[in-house]
Ligand binder design. Structure first.
Ligand code: FES
Length: 139
């Protein structure tokens, strides 16, 4: 009976250790991949035009979610939600390929947000923006 007690105690300790290791491993990955929380962020964001060279993307918080500005090769600007339309992970800009990759399930989007591969069911949402005096205003 005492041996069973020790086994139970050891089992509880190992189970707790496994849960702690899982929490330490999974939580950072979740925080990286999950959409930003709904903490209050600006409904209008100003970004200097010079911060986005041709072929580059700049990520920022807009209305409580991740968003991105892209200056396409050739110069065109576009503002998009950076939240994947599949299950809500945050997309990454692949400068070499000039496309967005969703790291969760391999979704790909053009710089305009159009789906080119993977499971996303619809394009990245476009955001309204204007440009005046060297400042891009999103929102
Ligand atoms: S969440 Fe982006 S492809 Fe699944």
């Amino acid at each position: 009976m005492e041996s069973n007690g020790r086994r139970t105690f050891l089992g509880v300790c190992l189970g707790g250790l496994a849960a702690a290791v899982a929490a330490v491993t999974v939580w950072p990955a979740y925080r990286y991949l999950a959409p930003r929380s709904t903490r209050a962020t600006a409904a209008r964001v100003d970004i200097p035009e010079k911060d986005i060279p041709e072929g580059e993307a700049k990520f920022f918080e807009f209305n409580g979610a991740s968003a991105v500005l892209v200056r396409k090769r050739g110069g065109g600007l576009i503002a998009l939600s950076a939240v994947c339309t599949h299950l809500g992970c945050i997309v990454q800009w692949e400068k070499d390929k000039q496309d967005f990759l969703c790291p969760c399930h391999g979704g790909h989007y053009t710089p305009d947000g159009v789906v080119t591969a993977g499971p996303p069911p619809k394009p990245l949402a476009k955001l309204p923006f204007s440009v005046a005096n060297g400042i891009i205003t999103v929102g």
